[in-house]
Design a protein around this ligand. Sequence first.
Ligand SMILES: Cc1cc2nc3c(=O)[nH]c(=O)nc-3n(C[C@H](O)[C@H](O)[C@H](O)COP(=O)(O)OP(=O)(O)OC[C@H]3O[C@@H](n4cnc5c(N)ncnc54)[C@H](O)[C@@H]3O)c2cc1C
Length: 395
Amino acid sequence: MSERADVVIVGGGVVGSSAAWHLRQDGFTGRIVIVERDHTYARASSWLAMGGIRQQFCTPVTVQMVQFSVRLWKVFDRELGTAEARPRAWFRQRGYLFLANAAAATALMKRYEEERRAGAVVQMLSVDEVRQIVPDVKLDDILFGVLGPEDGYADPREVLFGFRRAVEAGGTEYRVDEVVGIDRAGGRVTGVKLASGGAISSAMVVNAAGALAGRVAAMAGLRVPIEPVRQMMFRCVLPGRWPYRFPMLIDPDGVHWRHDDPVGPDDRDAIILAFTNWKEQAGENFESDTARWTRDFYPAMVRRLPALKDVTDVTGWPGLYEMTPDHNPVLGPHPALEGLIFANGFSGHGLMMSPATGKIVSELVRLGRSTTFDIAIFAPDRFDRGALVHDAATI
Ligand SMILES: Cc1cc2nc3c(=O)[nH]c(=O)nc-3n(C[C@H](O)[C@H](O)[C@H](O)COP(=O)(O)OP(=O)(O)OC[C@H]3O[C@@H](n4cnc5c(N)ncnc54)[C@H](O)[C@@H]3O)c2cc1C
C-alpha cells in the first residue's frame, strides 16, 4: 500500500518551507510531506540569494505581497525561534536607493509614479538628500534618487533555516528524495513518484521547485515556461570599517550592492554585489563566471564610489533565477489539472515575498482559493493565453 499525505510539497527552499509553516500557523492539521532532494541546499536559490527585500514594484498585488512579508521580516527572528535555536535573519530596513542619471531619469520617474499608484511606500530624493545617505558616492551625473524607506535586506541562509527549523519543530517531515513523476487521473493530481522507488499518494501537490519548477510541471504533462537563468554574485571586503551602512544602492548602469555587516568580532566589513547580465542564456549553468568581476562589476562599482578601489578578498558565486517570460511569479492552480498548486517563477524576487507566498499556498490548500491576495494575474496558464504581466521594476 502506498504512503499517503494530505499535501506533498516539492522543494524545501524558502517557498516550500514558508508554505508548510503558514499551513501550520493557520491551523492545518493534515499530513504534510516536503520532498527535498538536497539537504545541503548547495544549489538552491534560497541559499545563494542576495537577500534584498523591496516593495518598489508597479503591480499592486506584488506590492501587497511584499508589504505583508515585511510584517513578518520585522519579527522573523523572534517569531520563528524554536526551543533549540533562534534565527538571525536580521532584516535591516536601510532602504533600496535607485540613482537616476540623464539616461535613466524618464523611465525611473515614470516607474516612481506607477509604484506610488500601486501603493508602494517610495520617495523622490534630491541629490543633496541622496548625499546624506551615501556621502562619498559620486553624484555629479545624478539627477535624483528614488528611495523605498521600508525596504532593506536580510540574510537568506538564516531565513531558509529559520523557516526549516520552525517547520520541523512543528512536526513536519522533510524527506530526502527527488520527485521524478507526478501521477494524475481524471484531470486531477493523485500523488508523486520518488527517485528512491517510493510513491506518495496525495490529492494536493505544491510545485515549489524553484528554478526546476518547469521540469516538475512537465512531469504532470503541463508546459509552463519557468527556466533557470544564471545570476552571478560577488562579495568583497571593504578597506576598513565603513563609516556608514549602505542601503541596497542601485547604480543607473545596473550594478547594485548592500552591506554584509560583521557578525562576529573577527568579521570584517563587506559588501555583496549583483549586476544582471540581460544576455545570459537560459540553462542549468553553475559555472562561476568570475571574469565578470574585472570586466564589469569592479569598474562600475569604482566609477560610482572611487573609495572602493581597494576592496579585497573577492569571492564570486553563481545561482539560478527562476525566470518566466514576463519576470513575474506563477501562483495558483493550473486550470488543466486540479490539485497541482504552482508557487514559483519569481524571477529573482522570491525570497522577499516568501511569507506572502506561503500564506497564499496555505489558503489555496485549506480554502481552495487565495483570500488575502488577488493572484488571478499570476495564473500558470497566462502564457498560453498571452496574458503576460508587465512590471517595469524588475532589475
Ligand atoms: C544569485 C541570486 C540572487 C537572488 N537575490 C534575491 C534577492 O535579493 N531577493 C529576493 O527576494 N530573491 C532573490 N533571489 C531569488 C530567490 O532566491 C528565489 O526566488 C527564492 O529563493 C526561491 O525559493 P524557492 O524555495 O522557490 O527555490 P529554491 O531555494 O531553489 O528551492 C527549491 C528546492 O527544490 C528542490 N527541488 C527541485 N526539484 C526537485 C524535485 N524534483 N524533487 C525534490 N526537490 C526538488 C531543490 O533542491 C531546491 O532546494 C536570488 C536568486 C539568486 C540565484
